[in-house]
Ligand binder design. Structure first.
Ligand code: SAH
Ligand code: DHB
Ligand code: MG
Length: 225
């Protein structure tokens, strides 16, 4: 889907509303230099995350899956002065590159890159009774997405926003008998949302410069909802 109408329109939107500065461009280039995958969100998706943050007054953000820190930088830029973002990455080399990119962005004071298994760090944060996060962005490995989402709810407050990347997988979620563990993981999450009374959720299909995909956008309900 690269030079078609979706990609051209995505570029039209990003040139107007989500232009990348030198820091964001360098972050994308750093992935190529390190031979890491280009799995970052797009510029417009980064801007979307910022809009969601401002909508829920986000001062504390949790991200699962850092890679080179591209989405991290977009989100950290939408934090207030006293804001904080924790981002979790299993691969120490990804995390180190992210730290460099976050440093170049001048955001090291607001961002903590934690190296470890997302599940372990979620459980630790819950055990420590961490202050609730206002926005949680789930973008790590896909098979445990349902468990990540449930833990994210435990770390939230009413009105917190939970966003999950890559839940449509070029439409492969329609394949009921798929053997693809990533697709099975996001199918399981999507289906779990149907009966989840704790959140009000939808899924946005995403087209543009990236593969055809989608994001869960969920808001944690008030207790009386
Ligand atoms: N959010 C990033 C992209 C993340 S790509 C951006 O948009 O810029 C997914 C990342 O999740 C990879 O870096 C991968 O190493 C990491 N990851 C995979 N499994 C993980 C796990 N179990 N715990 C934490 N991170 C994991
Ligand atoms: C994959 C993971 C991502 O987070 C993404 O945005 C695109 C692809 C993957 O694991 O295939
Ligand atoms: Mg992703």
């Amino acid at each position: 889907m690269n030079s078609d109408i979706f990609s051209q329109v995505d570029n039209y939107i990003s040139s107007l509303l989500a232009p990348e500065d030198a820091v964001l461009k360098a972050t994308i280039s750093s992935l190529d230099v390190a031979n890491f995958p280009q799995m970052s969100v797009s510029a417009n998706q980064g801007k979307f995350l910022q809009v969601m943050m401002i909508l829920c007054g986000a001062k504390r953000v949790l991200e699962l899956g850092t890679l080179g820190g591209y989405s991290t930088i977009w989100m950290a830029r939408a934090l207030p002065e006293n804001g904080k973002l924790i981002t979790v990455e299993i691969d120490a080399a990804h995390g180190e590159l992210a730290r460099q990119n976050i440093e170049r962005a001048g955001l090291s004071n607001k961002v903590e890159v934690k190296i470890g298994q997302a599940m372990d760090i979620l459980q630790t944060l819950i055990a420590e009774k961490a202050e609730p996060f206002d926005l949680i962005f789930i973008d790590a490995d896909k098979p445990p997405y349902t468990e990540y989402f449930e833990h994210a709810i435990s770390l939230s407050r009413p009105g917190s926003v939970i966003i999950c990347d890559n839940v449509i997988r070029e439409g492969k979620v329609l394949e009921a008998t798929t053997q693809d563990e990533k697709v099975k993981g996001v199918q399981r999450l999507n289906e779990s949302l149907k009966n989840n009374k704790l959140v009000t959720a939808t899924i946005l299909q995403t087209v543009g410069v990236k593969e055809y995909d989608g994001m869960v956008v969920a808001v944690v309900n008030r207790n009386d909802h």
